[in-house]
Design a protein around this ligand. Sequence first.
Ligand code: GDG
Length: 496
Amino acid sequence: MTDGSTKRLIVVSNRLPYVLENNHDKNRWTLKPGSGGLVTALLPVLRNRGGVWIGWTGTTEEVPGITEIFHSASREAGYVLEPVSLSQEEVDLYYHGYSNETIWPLFHDLQSQCEFEPDYWHAYVKVNRRFAEALAADCHPDDFVWVHDYQLMDVAQHAREISCLVDMAFFLHIPFPPPDIFLKLPERLAVLNSLLAYDLIGFQTRRDRRNFIQCVRMLMKHARVSAQGHLHVIRHEERDVHVGNFPIGIDAAAFTTAAAGPEAEERLREINSRYGNRQIVLGVDRLDYTKGIPQRLRAFANLLERYPEVRGRINLFQVVVPSREGIPRYDELKVEIERLVGHINGLYSQLGWVPVHYFFHPLSQAELLAFYRAADIALVTPLKDGMNLVAKEFCACSIEEESVLILSQFAGAAAQLGQAALVVNPYDVEQTADAIYNAFQMTAGERRYRMKRLRRNVRTQNIFWWVDSFMRAAIDKELRDFPVMEEYIPEHHENL
Ligand code: GDG
């Protein structure tokens, strides 16, 4: 291992933090910054430190001049964007199929939503190999490679086969299921073998790590597990694989600053002028059946039914960001949400008051921050979630410290925030309704006490803390050990 000054960080994820978009009017392709938890999490890190990000372009179309487009974007981004191209069939089978119809529901304990289809797995292996080839073409022996998430569990195994012998770590952003659920996966052994090809495997919570270790113990008869400080070490095929839990954080200071900025302030004034005399309950989610949106709407209806005094004095703002369009389960979920919103509004609306405001489109960053600030209560009630960054962003933006977080016990975030939030079982509609009512009535003093504790946690256990603790466990290095590069151009790009 070399000293930290030459080590670059290579991030590998399904998507690049920029996506290609075809501007049909001008018949021109442009790059747009992407969205989602992982991008939110890693952008500040690479921007500050320099390095390489390998990922899918986000389109299956033929893009003329693709290399040049990404090259100039790399110069602007301050790190190298290395695109991987995928065909429509690969996206259908590897991404929509194995990643999102098999692993995603299974790892969220929703086995009834799973499709177990052999062709999905074959495509998954093939595409993971393509990512490994892109990695092998780009990495130097001293680099540190950090692969992200459930779409790419099989990269390290292929990278090793094609002699890419660098330090490779993997972080799973979603939960890891308990053995009785994981055992249902037809490729359970292959998936464990793939994961054990990494040097370090990181999970969000202790519960996920424990589930993984139990699965290894149950299925890999020759693996030996021991504890080493806060990590576990699995001795497997004459290699040591380290396993730990590293709860992801956010750039809390940046959220706080932006939430107090002029754009968010202006939006906040608009919201307050219309809703200032009512309490706002906020839900912000990608359209996903793991996020518990129908259960939350039922809980809100239950609140209006059992506590009529809140009618006319409270509003639910539910933001749903379109996601995974074309997968039937997601289309059905959208219909179910719309039906419930219509039902609640039809039943309880009064002149001058509509209980649920439903937004089925992404908000601009300034709007989102203003919503976070305007909300008196955040309802973060996933049925299961790796972490849930919305919960943390809400706390970071709660500048007045007068709002309440209601949090599902099944969100990874509950391990860190559970003591100061109101924790609920999202399947328990009455309990969730009671929690909203408690929050509605909570004194300013108690709100402030709880929110101060929450904010302290998201400030200290932030994104930089997360990266540092992961790097320390992976390669005994911290963020500051990576050089800040003004501009980095890999050799095979120099002649462009
Ligand atoms: C996966 C795991 C884990 C949402 N609506 C808008 C918007 N967002 C941004 C939020 C937040 C992100 O999207 C959502 O992050 P989550 O963590 O809630 O959820 P996933 O996308 O499912 O992420 C999750 C995460 O990975 C990180 O490890 O926490 O458990 O499932 O950052 O701000 N952004 C904008 N407009 C919106 O309307 N601009």
